[in-house]
Design a protein around this ligand. Structure first.
Ligand code: SF4
Ligand code: SF4
Length: 312
């Protein structure tokens, strides 16, 4: 294909298509080396704040340089997908799971939509190559979203869109074409606020923008595969933790998602503590068949429930 055949407004076409597909925001950045973020990540790793997530020590150069991850990488198209629910898990006599895990695993939902976006991009420019990413490869998701102008990284380490809040999944297309970059990075609007730091029940936000995963309920209840070594009170969280996002003033701008696959099933909605405590492996496999909760496995979830139960 002749380069002259490529629509001049290809970037706008991609952004518009992303919004049409239900993404809340879409921005484009140049696929350069993430030097500042690499420095931050290296310091974070050196402090051991990544706990047992040793995979973060691997493929570092690919993580910092998309050109090593995708042949001929020129541009990163970043998207946000809202998961803020209309209806939250009933709180009375109940345990808590993070809002992002209420429905179908986001990897499945976002991957389908990114695939459609990628195909659309290829119809505009058939010679284009690239890859889609949904928290599935060594990609610094929040750094790219920030670079693409989709928000700033708050003191709670989440990507915060100044008009839509932080309850979003992040995905990317990395493509072999120099798309026009129209978005500028967003200013950090945390200011003097420290609500997230003060609200974290385990002191995992050890400083602004510094999360010690070894103390974070989200890490401990999901990624951590070991028994709990410290006697933390998980405040009834049994999968993930939303506290540092729930208290963030920028989340007053959250609007409810429109994704049927993210809705709570009636079965999960009707569960109370006694049902969680008597969950069998068969029920776990059935109820969470397509859910992100599967990540912690039955053994992890029952470990979390036991720990939460002890604090009642
Ligand atoms: S997810 Fe929960 S435990 Fe982790 S930093 Fe946020 S408030 Fe603290
Ligand atoms: S709670 Fe305050 S300090 Fe924390 S991320 Fe939100 S605005 Fe920033």
């Amino acid at each position: 294909m002749n380069l002259a055949d490529i629509p001049e407004n290809l970037s706008e076409l991609i952004v518009n298509k992303a919004l049409e597909l239900g993404f809340s925001a879409c921005g484009i950045s140049e696929a350069g080396h993430l030097s500042k973020d690499a420095g931050f990540m290296e310091e974070w790793l050196s402090l051991g704040f990544h706990a047992d997530m040793h995979y973060l020590e691997m493929n570092k150069e690919k993580r910092y340089n998309p050109k090593l991850l995708v042949d001929n990488a020129w541009s990163v198209v970043s998207v946000l997908y809202n998961y803020f629910p209309e209806e939250q898990l009933p709180s009375a006599d109940n345990y808590k799971i993070s809002k992002y895990a209420y429905g179908t695993d986001y990897h499945i939902v976002i991957k389908d939509k990114l695939q459609i976006l990628f195909q659309f991009t290829k119809t505009c420019f058939p010679d284009l190559t690239g890859r889609i990413f949904t928290d599935s490869a060594p990609v610094l998701d929040r750094a790219w979203a920030e670079k693409s102008g989709l928000g700033f990284i708050g003191k709670n380490t989440c990507l915060i869109h100044p008009r839509k809040g932080s309850f979003h999944f992040i995905g990317h297309l990395i493509v072999s074409y120099p798309l026009t970059v129209k978005t500028a990075p967003v200013t950090d609007y945390c200011g003097t606020c420290r609500r997230c730091i003060d609200a974290c029940p385990t002191g995992a936000l050890v400083a602004p923008h510094k999360l010690d995963a070894r103390k974070c309920i989200s890490y401990l209840t999901i990624e951590n595969k070991k028994p709990f070594m410290q006697d933390f009170d998980f405040n009834d969280w049994i999968f993930g933790c939303d506290i540092c996002q729930d208290v963030c003033p920028w989340n007053r701008f959250s609007t409810t998602h429109n994704e049927a696959r993210f809705r709570l099933s009636d079965e999960i909605k009707n569960m109370r503590k006694v049902d969680w405590e008597s969950l069998t492996e068969d029920s776990f496999n059935r109820i969470f068949k397509d859910s992100a909760v599967k990540r912690t496995k039955f053994s992890g979830l029952t470990r979390n429930i036991e720990a939460a139960k002890k604090k009642d």
